[in-house]
Design a protein around this ligand. Structure first.
Ligand SMILES: Nc1ncnc2c1ncn2[C@@H]1O[C@H](COP(=O)(O)OP(=O)(O)OP(=O)(O)O)[C@@H](O)[C@H]1O
Ligand SMILES: [Mg+2]
Length: 454
């Protein structure tokens, strides 16, 4: 049932309006003071306010303004016995839904009320829809709506309930750890521990005792028994970060533990059994490491029963707007809810930049820009130099060996740009050509020249 609040200092009007509208199936609340009305508006879930314009104390116009501050979408219909057009215009400017003049025609009033309620219903539905849409484009704290990200959400859901080992691969800052946590927290182990260990940051001996723990006196400095991460993760998930950097001797030990789910602490003899789900991550291409004999093939197959590949941000630019919004919200909250907009040139810079540091870099850029921005707008001046400086130059340095003659260097860059445009356009030549501002036939000619096969 929809609820209407009616405010008028003349009690007779309250009675008349209630008698008129209650039979239409609305719930009616009445009050003769705007101040009281305001409290009701704050505390209840209303669908419409009908208020008199001229009242002692707070006026109808003030009530309108206060209501719009509380809920800008809630419709307010103004009533006035002083049906001057100026007042009505002013109320409409202040976003009143409509106004009626006293004495009013019953049917006209009923119709205005019906339209206002219908309109509000639509606004509410839209709000829900928007919320539902935005929920679809996030998974826990992961944000993104590009095809690869939607696929990743799907995968997370599918693998969360199983115990299969997962290998998440992707360049630095793409959100691998976030995904690992999302898998853990959407599965049956969510109340168990999520323990992570960085396999690249420690020496071999330290990493071994970090993973498996050690007994008192196992080595110099082992003054007390220490549980390893495997033991701590019992009943939960162990996240092996940078697993590709694990030294070969430990790879053998890890393999055994993964097969048996049992091990001994360093310097110990007691066998410890655990129930741990393994999620690992790497920004190296482990498959290549396997081919080069740097990573054990058997371990690789153990770890990547299921593989999740996270593409670099430049290959999923569709995610940029949502991520920007997400981080702007996050950092304006940290900065006294500072309201900020982005200048169109900032968006342009974001779209054109190659984001070598991926989402982490975007997050840092936004945090910095929110702090630096003034006047409620982020401009290119608030961005770090690398985003605005000649990007081609930067890119060029990476692909052109020093000392290469200019004509060859330019060709290298041209080839690079064409390849990139193609990959960004899913190999649709016409789109890639349009992106580069050349004709499709010129594009094909260049592809032949550089032996680009798609
Ligand atoms: N899709 C995303 N939505 C929201 N935040 C993200 C997303 N991807 C990454 N981030 C944020 O970016 C930062 C880096 O993410 P994370 O640590 O998960 O990356 P990573 O792939 O593990 O990087 P590295 O290889 O350097 O360890 C974190 O602050 C994370 O919250
Ligand atoms: Mg990480």
């Amino acid at each position: 049932m929809e609820t209407i609040l009616i405010v008028d200092d003349e009690k007779n009007y309250l009675l008349v309006l209630e008698a008129l509208l209650a039979p239409e199936g609305y719930e009616i609340i009445t009050t003769d003071k705007a101040e009281k009305a305001l409290n009701i508006i704050k505390d209840s879930d209303l669908d419409l306010v009908i208020t008199d314009m001229k009242m002692p104390g707070m006026s109808g116009m003030e009530l309108l303004e206060a209501t719009k501050r509380i809920n800008p979408d809630l419709p307010v219909i103004m009533m006035t016995a002083y049906g001057t057009i100026e007042m009505a215009v002013e109320a409409m400017k202040k976003r009143a839904y409509d106004y009626i003049t006293k004495p009013f025609q019953n049917e006209e009033l009923k119709l205005t009320v019906k339209k206002a309620l219908e309109n509000y219903r639509l606004i509410k539905e839209n709000r829900l829809l928007r919320k539902a849409l935005s929920d679809r484009f996030r998974y826990g704290s992961i944000v993104g709506k590009s095809k690869p990200m939607l696929r990743i959400y799907d995968l997370i859901q599918k693998v969360a309930d199983s115990k299969a080992s997962i290998l998440i691969s992707g360049p630095s800052g793409t959100g691998k750890e976030l995904i690992a946590k999302a898998i853990h927290f959407s599965g049956p182990r969510k109340d168990g521990p999520f323990i992570s260990v960085n396999c690249g940051a420690l020496t071999e001996t330290l990493l071994e005792s970090e993973l498996f723990g050690h007994e008192k006196g196992a080595f110099t400095g082992a003054i007390a028994m220490k549980k390893g991460r495997f033991e701590l993760a019992d009943g939960g998930t162990l996240f092996l970060d940078e697993v590709g950097d694990m030294p070969p001797s430990l790879q053998v030990k890890l393999l055994r533990v993964l097969q048996e789910m049992e091990f001994e602490r360093v310097g110990g003899t007691k066998t410890i059994k655990v129930d741990v789900r393994i999620i690992s991550a790497s920004n190296r291409n482990i498959k290549e490491d396997v081919a080069e004999g740097l990573f054990r093939e058997d371990l690789f197959y153990r770890l990547h029963v299921i593989q999740i590949e996270v593409p670099p941000l430049r290959e999923r630019r569709d995610d940029i707007p949502l991520l920007v919004k997400h981080f702007v919200d996050k950092y304006t909250k940290d900065n006294q809810n500072k309201q900020v907009e982005l200048h169109p040139d900032v968006w342009k810079a974001f779209y054109n930049y190659s984001w070598p540091g991926n989402v982490r870099e975007l997050e840092n850029v936004i945090e910095r820009a929110v702090v630096l921005s003034s006047g409620g707008i982020i401009t290119v001046e608030d961005l770090p130099e690398e985003l605005t400086n000649a990007q081609v130059e930067l890119e060029a340095e990476r692909f052109v060996p020093p000392g290469m003659p200019l004509p060859q260097a330019l060709e290298k860059i041209e080839e690079r740009l064409i390849r990139r445009a193609l990959s960004e356009c899913n190999n649709v030549q016409a789109h890639a050509a349009a992106k580069l501002g050349i004709t499709k036939s010129l594009m094909q000619h260049k592809m032949k020249k550089y032996s680009i096969v798609i």
